[in-house]
Design a protein around this ligand. Structure first.
Ligand code: DX5
Ligand code: ZN
Length: 217
């Protein structure tokens, strides 16, 4: 398995101070930054797009892995824009396209890592058919930060790890904090997204370090 990384999700950051918020967690040791893209169709909220990715790429250079989670309908229409903006990982939802295999190919043609996400109610069959660089197990229903971790998730993470094998990144997203982090790592996750547990805390750097320590054991 590859290294355990905590990916702070900027969805819970103060957008008026986005650069400073990201700088705070990068200085605390974050090497991944998670960018939640919502289109108001696949999920109700509308958040951010490629211009935020390119702004962070410009500000932080190669110091961070820009981990883009597309909660958008028909992601095939946006692959080029996110790749050109400087995404390192583009993860789309299996439920949002009829063409998961082709979208993975399109992402990789840009030299970008390709991920597929599944909602809590979605079975894991796509990972039997499509080889990915990252498999994302949603541990809340996508659309909002600050929701509680779905307690049946660890068993699903275990099944996912068995399907994708030891070398694929297995990311979890939703309700990850210092309490749930060791549980998901034990189940087989190695990339842990944490939004509100980092940015909704008075000291995001300390919160990041606490989750990282809990995850790495
Ligand atoms: C939810 C997003 C998550 C969100 C997680 O749809 O995909 O990345 O930021 O937020 P927390 O960590 O607060 O559950
Ligand atoms: Zn996310």
């Amino acid at each position: 398995m590859s290294s355990i990384e905590i990916a702070p999700s900027i969805l819970s950051a103060d957008f008026a101070r986005l650069h400073d918020q990201v700088a705070t967690v990068v200085e605390a040791g974050a090497t991944w930054v998670h960018i939640d893209v919502m289109d108001g169709v696949f999920v109700p909220p509308i958040t951010m797009g490629p211009i935020v990715v390119s702004a962070l790429r410009e500000a932080f250079g190669d110091r961070v892995v820009l981990d883009c989670h597309l909660m958008i309908d028909r992601p095939e229409r946006q692959v080029d824009a996110f790749a050109q903006a400087g995404a390192d990982v583009i993860t789309f939802h299996a439920e949002a396209t009829a063409h998961s295999h082709r979208v993975v190919q399109a992402i990789r043609e840009h030299g970008v890592k390709a991920g597929i996400a599944v909602c809590p109610g979605t079975p894991l069959g796509v990972f039997e058919e499509v080889e990915v660089d990252l498999a994302l197990c949603m541990t809340v229903n996508p659309g909002w930060g600050g929701q509680p971790f779905i307690p049946t998730s660890p068993a699903k993470i275990e099944r996912m790890r068995a399907l994708v094998g030891p070398d694929v990144a297995l990311e979890v997203d939703g309700g990850v904090d210092a309490r749930t982090a060791p549980v998901v790592v034990q189940a087989g996750a190695d990339k842990l997204v944490a939004g509100s547990a980092v940015f909704s805390k008075p000291d995001p750097a300390a919160a990041f370090r606490e989750i990282e320590a809990a995850a790495r054991g």
